[in-house]
Design a protein around this ligand. Sequence first.
Ligand code: ATP
Ligand code: FE
Length: 331
Amino acid sequence: PYILAIESSCDDTAAAVMQGPKVLSNCRASQSVHEAYGGVVPELASRAHQAHIVPVVQAALKEAGIVQEQLSAVAFTRGPGLMGALLVGVSFAKGLALALDIPLIAVNHVQAHVMAHLIDAPQPKFPFLCLTVSGGHTQIVEVRAPLSMNILGESIDDAAGEAFDKIGKILGLGYPAGPKIDQLAKEGRAIYQFTEPRVEGLNFSFSGLKTNVLQFIQKKLRENPQFLEEEQINLVASVQQRIVSILMNKLKKAVKQTGIKEVAIAGGVSANSALRQALAEAGQKMGWATYIPDFQYCTDNAGMIGITAYYQYLAGDFVQQDTVPLARWSY
Ligand code: ATP
Ligand code: FE
């Protein structure tokens, strides 16, 4: 079957065409309007989605080399995400499905980040563990089969990506700060020790780190007003190292607890080079098989919605025209 998948949960308008489990096209229009505001402005995101969705879908169909009449189903991100942003994708998908008289598939965005591992080879063997690290979520999940996932632990406050972005803002970097921190940290040395939070089980906490960094900088600035400029790169490297160690320590704990040595990472923060390196090193040392999605499937994309939709299609998991988006939606 050919399935069109649409993603519009945050600030990327994306469309992909699937042929079975194969991604034929994976198109995206990013939104630069938010940079000036230091974060995503929901109203502006909705307007940009509305402007981008038709051209992005057309580009995806063209790149796949098919016409819309060949589609067997239309999939969309139902949530979680910004309500006004989701509404654009959901409404577009409903209209197209109605016009073509084909079924609709509602996909969970966070589950889709994990499902990105089923797009290309090599794929993890079931059951596998996945550390999902994105702008809104930090979870360790046990994946028993496609679409069958059990959340073993998650953040009790900020997500890992949110920590990168919020601390980056304190350090004078723009939005999103994650990729910039990744770049800058390569030049710096992790000489500052920020405390690792104590959180029970496989849960995470990142809001304490943010406060820790803020207070440390305020104290240093009183001694040296130039501290931030002089030490920005070492601060960035230190923050990144701490975030990565928090993530890796819990992941090691999860492997110990479950005995599962097939270990994957997913979501926007899985694009982080220090995290990728730490995972590869841990894998070598502990005998894990490790998996990282192709770069284009780490941050938000429609290919991951498409692969999830493909498995839902096989399971006959369709929704009706009265389906509404969900700003919060745990799978
Ligand atoms: P969610 O998927 O939880 O709804 P989201 O869709 O906004 O949230 P993603 O697009 O998966 O999140 O990821 C975006 C996050 O990834 C941002 O916080 C961004 O800073 C972070 N990020 C992207 N690249 C990197 C990188 N190289 N290093 C660190 N963080 C990164
Ligand atoms: Fe995402």
